[in-house]
Write a protein that binds this ligand. Structure first.
Ligand code: GDP
Ligand code: ZN
Length: 461
C-alpha cells in the first residue's frame, strides 16, 4: 500500500523534558534530510537503518539553525507502521516541538489525523484491529493494571483466543459441508450434529467467559468508581487526603468534557480508584446538601465501591443506619474511624446492619489502619476475579457488543441443532457467529468502521 508521509507530535503536550515529532511514509527520510545537519555531514539516507543521529535542524528558508535534535531513523518494514519512520527528539516545551513540526510540515509532510500512525500499522498488516484498539486503550489507560490489560490486548491474547473460536466454528462448517456434499451417507449426518453441538457448546462457554470479564475490564480502564460517604465530622476528608497522599495520584486530563463532579484517581495496590465527588467532601461536607438528593443518589448508584466512614467514638446513629440502607446491596467497606478515642461504637451492631461488608478500624489522626483499608480494597477487587494473571480481559465496549451478538448466533445454532433442524439451516447461524467474531479482529470490517475507530485515537499515535 502507498500513503503520503504523515507527521505529528507523539509525546503528550508539555510532559517531560523530551518531545518527539514522528514521521511515517516513503518521504519521511527525504523530508528530514532537507532539514537535518549532522556534524559529520552524513545524510540520513546514507545511514544504516535503526540508528540515532545527533545534529541540528536548519530552516531551509532562512538558513538559520532552528533546533538541536536527536533523530532516530528506521527504515521499513521493521517499524511501527511498516513504513519508513523518523522520530525527531527535541528539547521539550511547546514552542520548540511546534517549531519542529512546522518545519517538517513545510518540507512536505502532512499533519497526521488522530490515530493515523496506528491505522497505518493496521492497514499495512502489522497489527490487527483488536491490537490497534489495545493501543488506543493504552493511550487512555490511567494506571498500571489498566496498562496490563491494554498490553495484553496488544499482545494479541484476545486475538489468539478469538482465532481459536473461529477455527472451531470453521471446523464445524467444514463438517456441515461434507454433510451437504454427501447426503447419501446417513452416518455423516449422524456425525455432524454431535460435532456441531460439541464445538458450538465450547465456543459459547468461552464467549461467556469473555463477557464475564468485561465488567472488570471496564472498571480497569476507567477506574473503580469510589464514593466516600459518612456523617459530618467522621473523617471523610481525612480519609480522602490520606488516600491521595499515600498513593500516587493519577493526573488526568479529561479534555473537552465539562464535569460538575470532580474526579481524582489514585492507584491503591494496583487497583485504580476513581474517587468521585471529592470536591463535595472537601468544600461543603454535605454531599446531599450540595448536589441535591437526586444527584447524590445517582453518584451512589454509579459507584463501584463505597467507603462508609463512621465515628467509632460515638454510638451508631439513625443517620448512620440510613446510610447503610442507602448502600444496601453495593460493595461497601465500613471504615470505623477515630479508634484513638474511647470506643462507643458497637462493631457487632455495625456488622449486623451491613451484612457481610468488611469493617476496618482506623485512626486517621494517628495514621493507623490505612494499610488494612487498602488491603480490604485490593482483596475485595481481586476476590471476584476468576482465573489467573494471564486471563484475557475484554475492556472494549465494541468487543463486548460483538461478543453478545456472536453468542446469540451460536446459541441459535445450538437450539436449531438440538431441535433437529437440517444442518444446512444451522450453517447460517454458525457462519454468522464466525463473521461477528471476525469483526473483533478486523477481518470483516468495512472501511467506515475502521475510520470511525481510528479517529478516536490521540494525535500522534
Ligand atoms: P469529615 O467532616 O467527615 O470530612 O471529617 P474530617 O476529615 O474533616 O474530620 C473532622 C475532624 O475529626 C477533624 O478535626 C479531624 O482532625 C478529626 N479526625 C479525623 N480523623 C480522626 C481520628 O482518627 N481521630 C481523631 N481523634 N480525630 C480525627
Ligand atoms: Zn471534611
Amino acid at each position: 500500500m502507498e500513503f503520503d508521509t504523515i507527521a505529528a507530535i507523539s509525546t503528550p503536550m508539555g510532559e517531560g523534558a523530551i518531545a518527539i515529532v514522528r514521521l511515517s511514509g516513503d518521504e519521511a527520510v527525504g523530508i528530514t534530510d532537507r532539514l537535518f545537519r549532522s556534524p559529520s555531514g552524513k545524510t540520513l539516507a546514507e545511514s544504516a537503518s535503526h540508528t540515532i543521529h545527533y545534529g541540528h535542524l536548519v530552516d531551509p528558508e532562512t538558513g538559520k539553525t532552528a533546533e538541536e535534535v536527536m533523530v532516530s531513523m528506521m527504515k521499513a518494514p521493521k517499524t511501527y507502521t511498516r513504513e519508513d519512520v523518523i522520530e525527531i527528539n527535541c528539547h521539550g516545551g511547546l514552542v520548540s516541538v511546534n517549531r519542529v513540526l512546522e518545519l517538517v510540515l513545510r518540507s512536505g509532510a502532512r499533519l497526521a489525523e488522530p490515530g493515523e500512525f496506528t491505522k497505518r500499522a493496521f492497514l499495512n498488516g502489522r497489527i490487527d484491529l483488536s491490537q490497534a484498539e489495545g493501543v488506543m486503550d493504552l493511550i487512555r489507560s490511567k494506571t498500571d493494571r489498566a496498562m496490563d490489560v491494554a498490553l495484553g490486548q496488544m499482545d494479541g491474547r484476545l486475538s489468539r483466543l478469538i482465532g481459536d473460536l473461529r477455527q472451531a466454528l470453521i471446523e464445524t462448517l467444514a463438517q456441515v459441508e461434507v454433510n451437504i456434499d454427501y447426503p447419501e451417507y446417513d452416518d455423516v449426518e449422524e456425525m455432524t450434529l454431535p460435532v456441531l453441538i460439541e464445538k458450538c457448546t465450547w465456543v459459547r462457554s468461552e464467549i461467556d467467559g469473555l463477557i464475564r470479564t468485561s465488567g472488570q475490564g471496564k472498571i480497569l480502564r476507567e477506574g473503580l468508581s469510589t464514593a466516600i460517604i459518612g456523617r459530618p465530622n467522621v473523617g471523610k476528608s481525612s480519609l480522602l487526603n490520606s488516600l491521595l497522599q499515600e498513593n500516587k495520584a493519577i493526573v488526568t486530563d479529561i479534555a473537552g468534557t465539562t464535569r460538575d463532579i470532580i474526579e481524582e484517581y489514585v492507584n491503591v495496590r494496583g487497583v485504580p480508584l476513581k474517587l468521585v465527588d471529592t470536591a463535595g467532601i472537601r468544600e461543603t461536607e454535605d454531599i446531599v446538601e450540595r448536589i441535591g438528593v437526586e444527584r447524590s443518589r445517582k453518584v451512589l448508584k454509579e459507584a463501584d465501591l463505597i467507603l462508609l466512614v463512621l465515628n467509632s467514638s460515638e454510638e451508631l446513629s439513625e443517620e448512620d443506619s440510613r446510610l447503610f440502607e442507602a448502600v444496601r446491596g453495593m460493595d461497601v467497606i465500613v471504615v470505623a474511624n477515630k479508634t484513638d478515642l474511647p470506643r462507643k461504637l458497637d462493631i457487632d451492631e455495625v456488622r449486623s446492619q451491613t451484612g457481610n461488608a468488611p469493617v476496618v478500624t482506623t485512626s486517621l489522626l494517628k495514621d493507623e489502619g490505612v494499610d488494612e483499608l487498602e488491603e480490604a480494597i485490593a482483596s475485595m477487587f481481586f476476590e471476584g476475579r476468576t482465573g489467573s494473571q494471564d486471563m484475557t480481559y475484554v475492556s472494549n465496549a465494541r468487543h463486548v457488543a460483538l461478543l453478545h451478538q456472536a453468542r446469540r448466533s451460536v446459541d441459535d445454532a445450538l437450539s436449531a441443532a438440538e431441535a433437529g433442524v437440517p444442518v444446512d439451516m444451522v450453517q447460517i447461524d454458525v457462519t454468522r457467529a464466525w463473521e461477528i467474531l471476525g469483526e473483533i479482529v478486523g477481518d470483516t470490517v468495512q472501511e467506515s468502521l475502521i475510520n470511525e475507530l481510528f479517529s478516536q485515537f490521540c494525535l500522534g499515535k
